[in-house]
Design a binder for this molecule. Sequence first.
Ligand SMILES: [Zn+2]
Length: 404
Amino acid sequence: MLEGLPQTNNAAEALAVLIAVQKTPSRDDLTIKTDSKFVIDALTSGRRKAENTAWMLQSNRKTLEPIIATIRRRKGKTTLVKVKGHSGITGNEEADKLAAKGADQPHQQEVDIRVPNKVKVKGAELSCMTQALLYAGIRREKAGKTPPRRKATAGLDAARYAAKEKAGLTPKDETIWKSTQAKSVPNNRQKEFLWKLAHDTLKCGSFWEGKPGCEHMVNCPSCEVTETAEHTLTNCRSSGQETIWKLVNKMCEERNIPWSHPDIGTITSCGIPCIKNGETGKIRTGASRLRTILIAQSAHLIWKLRCEWRMGHRGDPAKVHTKREIHNRWVDMINRTIRFDIMAAKSKNPIRGAPRPATALHTWINTLQDDSILEDIIAGRRWRVDGVLVGILARKNEGNQARP
Ligand SMILES: [Zn+2]
């Protein structure tokens, strides 16, 4: 496959047609038999729309545009014929074999993907444009010119490494971006937090360097190192991370979910389901969802506690949250999540992002004080979810209670 082209079936099929039209002498009649509905549609019914919108919605522009340009310049007749794929048609079977062979070949085919100015359709039809399309076009144009940020690349690589270690996957950047917005991440604030974490854009440490009046924000007052998101979430003595990850550990143990103190990549890639059944090798949906919820919420809580301490109390060591307070805040947060999750699953009116009842059951089973509560709700024998649900109890009679 040529460098810079998407590595997909559609791209490979379009490339094959491009080679065919370029290798056939211009005066000869040419009949292209293909089983690719994509290529036929793109060259016939989809062509006008693609050209009218300046190819803004077409990911295979690099191959489709030169095909159209070459066909336009041909003097002979060009015919496209759709054949049925994988049905014993000799030419088609041979083509599949050649395609497989081609995929293994290290050398790149010599293909000209330039489009001569004479036959190039420039710009878009104004009457076919919408505001959304124009905006998408501007973004695409800008994206091609801006090199990726070094910090963002490092954040994504850390997430990729963690996904490799935990689930044997090597996710692409897009997969990691999408995973930060996964349905299993409980709410939009946490999605936004994970997104910022993956791109290293949370405001801390060196961000404040040289900003007048913000000198005290550069270093962690407790550990006396330059503050980073990684430090706060996984190493800091005062952010409460240790207490919170211990609680997560306890809950994971109850559910037989492998757990070790997380690194930054584990947190950013938490939306990728990775808990597998030891025997079948299949993903344990409920357990993976629980892990995602626990990591996303816990990391976000640590960050919130850090902001309260650093911004609200200007990092005063005397005003660090106590272990008891952190414990109760976490239990309270998880309780609210369980309550919302199972009530959303049971709701008669559809709620966006709500789990199915079976998914909610499989997520929270074995983590509550009394699993019968969950079963009763799912079965419709019980309608309210009161009191403390999570098996880890709030610390009482020790002074401050959790804030609402
Ligand atoms: Zn620290």
